[in-house]
Design a protein around this ligand. Structure first.
Ligand code: FAD
Ligand code: FES
Length: 307
């Protein structure tokens, strides 16, 4: 993003260039490196949609006070009434076997409902602000007319609506009753933050080797099909995944955002970053901001080929 002399914002997007007076990052977490990422904690949450044998679906939304908690409600998908149950939340990248949470969720639901079959299961992410309140207002470190709305936690419906109201008022008059309460600038930068961001920008490009020998990697890591691991090799760290066809996928495990190591998520078959929630597919392609660059892909040599 750039700003012209007469304060017009110029946004370079994949769909073309947009010129505007005001811009809002409503992208769950703002892309790139921003102070807010260090005040937003990414969490994963699990959901199953099930059919019930007896057809007795609850006419209510319910949740318990366990830690981690569970909730249920119903929803009609393609004309079919289903029971949606969710919960089992944990910090992103803090659990290795994410697949187990679906089983646990099903077992939990089975205690109270008579499950016939599981129609859908999925997991997704939300961001918890460190002081409990979302960041709605001017984006710290950006141009005057650039705003952000992030950190709704599990309350996107309420805070999303509130963000719309607050940001509309800020754009029109610069004022709102809750301007200060949700002000993203209530977060102060720590000493050395700017230097840290600068250094982060050029670290990745020189990181990875051109080609790695498949044999050397395989001697370090024994992987079954559909298994993944982070391996250290000659001082570098690689995220390796062997797909169901026995093909190895190797990428740098260093997140392109600000250098944390990604962790395997076996439920979604993604590499997730525990620090600020970036997610990448098995070939390193960015699925979730704040990272805007893919993980470096590592070319593996054919067995017997010299490197
Ligand atoms: C499993 C689960 C259950 C939840 N249940 C509830 C609930 O019952 N009630 C509730 O109130 N909240 C719930 N939440 C929380 C709620 O979903 C979130 O707080 C809310 O969706 C966040 O809204 P958002 O607009 O900030 O981000 P999002 O809803 O993620 O929307 C951001 C949008 O920006 C797009 N985007 C991102 N980057 C770019 C880019 N670079 N260029 C263009 N587009 C981009 C994304 O594709 C997306 O469409 C739940 C969350 C989870 C994970
Ligand atoms: S998301 Fe910030 S270091 Fe990975």
């Amino acid at each position: 993003m750039e700003e012209t002399e007469d304060e017009v914002l110029v946004l370079n997007t994949t769909r073309g260039v947009i010129r505007c007076r005001h811009a809002i990052y409503a992208t769950h977490t703002p892309p790139g490196v921003n102070l807010l990422h260090f005040r937003l904690i990414p969490w994963r949450s699990y959901v199953v949609a099930v059919r019930l044998k007896d057809g007795v679906y609850p006419a209510a939304l319910g949740y318990d006070l366990e830690d981690p908690y569970h909730y249920y409600r119903t929803h009609v998908i393609n004309g079919e009434l289903l029971l949606i149950a969710g919960g089992k939340d944990h910090k992103t990248g803090h659990e290795e076997n994410t697949e187990q949470f679906f089983r646990e969720l099903e077992q939990h639901v089975q205690q109270y409902f008579n499950i016939d079959s599981v129609a859908y299961s999925w997991s997704s992410q939300y961001y918890e602000p460190v002081d409990g309140l979302p960041y709605i207002g001017h984006l710290p470190g950006s141009f005057k007319n650039v705003y952000v709305a992030a950190g709704y936690n599990g309350n996107g419906m309420i805070f999303g609506t509130l963000a719309g109201t607050i940001l509309t008022a800020l754009i029109h008059s610069g004022e709102h009753l809750y301007k200060k309460l949700f002000d993203p600038s209530r977060v102060k930068p720590v000493a050395g933050f700017s230097k840290f961001v600068e250094q982060g920008a050029d670290f990745i490009s020189s990181f990875i080797k051109d080609k790695l020998s498949t044999e050397s990697i395989q001697s370090l890591v024994e992987l079954n099909n559909d298994q993944a691991k982070v391996v250290k090799y000659e001082g570098d760290s690689y995220a390796m995944y062997k797909d169901n066809g026995g093909r190895l996928h190797a990428i740098s495990s260093t997140c392109t955002h600000v250098h944390c190591n990604v962790v395997w998520n076996n439920a979604e078959k993604t590499w997730d970053c525990p620090c600020h929630g970036s997610r990448f597919n098995i070939n390193g392609k960015v699925l979730n901001a704040p990272a805007v660059r893919d993980l470096e892909r590592v070319q593996l040599s054919e067995p017997g080929e010299s490197v």
